[in-house]
Design a protein around this ligand. Sequence first.
Ligand SMILES: C[S@@+](CC[C@H](N)C(=O)[O-])C[C@H]1O[C@@H](n2cnc3c(N)ncnc32)[C@H](O)[C@@H]1O
Length: 290
Amino acid sequence: MNYSHEPVLLEEALTNLICDKSGSYLDCTFGLGGHSKKILENLNSDGSLFSIDKDSEVKEYANLIKDERFEFQVSSFSNISNLFSENSMDGVLFDLGVSSLQLDKPDRGFSFMRGGTLDMRFDNKSGVSAKEWINKASEKEIADVFYFLGEERKSRQYAKKIIIARKDMNISSTTDLAELIKPKGFQKKHPATNIFRGIRILINNEFEELKKGLISSIRVLKNKGILAVISFHSAEDRIVKNFFRKEYKNFFEDINLKNINKIKPSKQEKSANPRSRSAILRVGEIEYVS
Ligand SMILES: C[S@@+](CC[C@H](N)C(=O)[O-])C[C@H]1O[C@@H](n2cnc3c(N)ncnc32)[C@H](O)[C@@H]1O
C-alpha cells in the first residue's frame, strides 16, 4: 500500500521558517516528508536540511529523497542537542502528532477506525506498547491518563469498564478497546478519540519529548533563527504557547523569542483536509541579548 500524508499549514510554515535560502534547517518530524520536500524546494544550492523522526519505518521514504543537501536520521526530539551543534541552524520545524503512515497502517494500532494490534509506539522497536500497558495498569493510572492526557471527562467510568473487562479478556486490538468504550446512542465525537490520544501521549512520552525538543531547538538555533511548531490539540498547544511566552527564559536568560506569531489554517484548508481543523502554527525568532 502507498501511504500519503497531506502536510498541514505547508505554505504558512515555509514562509515563516525560511529566513535564508542558503541556511541550514532542521525538520524534527519527517513523517512522510511533506514539509521536508517543500523546504528543500525553497533552498538554494548552498542550503541544507537535516530531518529526524523517531519512527524507523519512515527511513524508507527519506531514502527516496536523492538530494545532496539532505540528511536523515532516525532519532527523537530528546536527542537533538546530541546530534547538532549550538548555533548551527537557521530554522527548526516541528509538525507534531501522527502521520498518515502511522494512522492508516492497522498494525501500528493508532486508529480506532481500523482493526489492528493495540501498539501506538512511534518507535515500534522499543518501549512498552499500548496493549502491554492497558492490560497491566491500575484503575487509577488508567483514569488519570484518560483525564489528564486525553482530556476525557468520563475518565473514571471508562477506566472501570476496562478493569471489569480485563477479568475475562486480554485487551489486544484497537477494536477490543473501541468496543469497550463505544458510546450509547449518538455522540458528536466518539469517546475513543480522547482515550486513544491519551494513551498515545503516554506511550510515547510525548509531552516530555516536546518540552526537551523545544529547549534543544533554542540551543541549536542561531541568532535570528526561527522556531516553528504545529500542534494539533489544546494540551499540546498549551505547552508550546507557555514555552514561547515565558518558559524558555527558565533555560536561556540571554535569549529573547520575538516576533511571535500564531497562525491557523484557512477555511479552504480546513474543508480540504479535516486533519488540519485543530492545527495551530506558532513561530518565533531567536534574539541573542548581550
Ligand atoms: C504529523 S507527522 C509529520 C508529517 C510530516 N510533516 C509530513 O509532512 O509528512 C509527525 C511525525 O513526528 C514523529 N514524531 C513524534 N514524536 C517524535 C519524537 N519525540 N521524536 C522524533 N519524531 C517524532 C512521528 O513519528 C511522525 O512521523
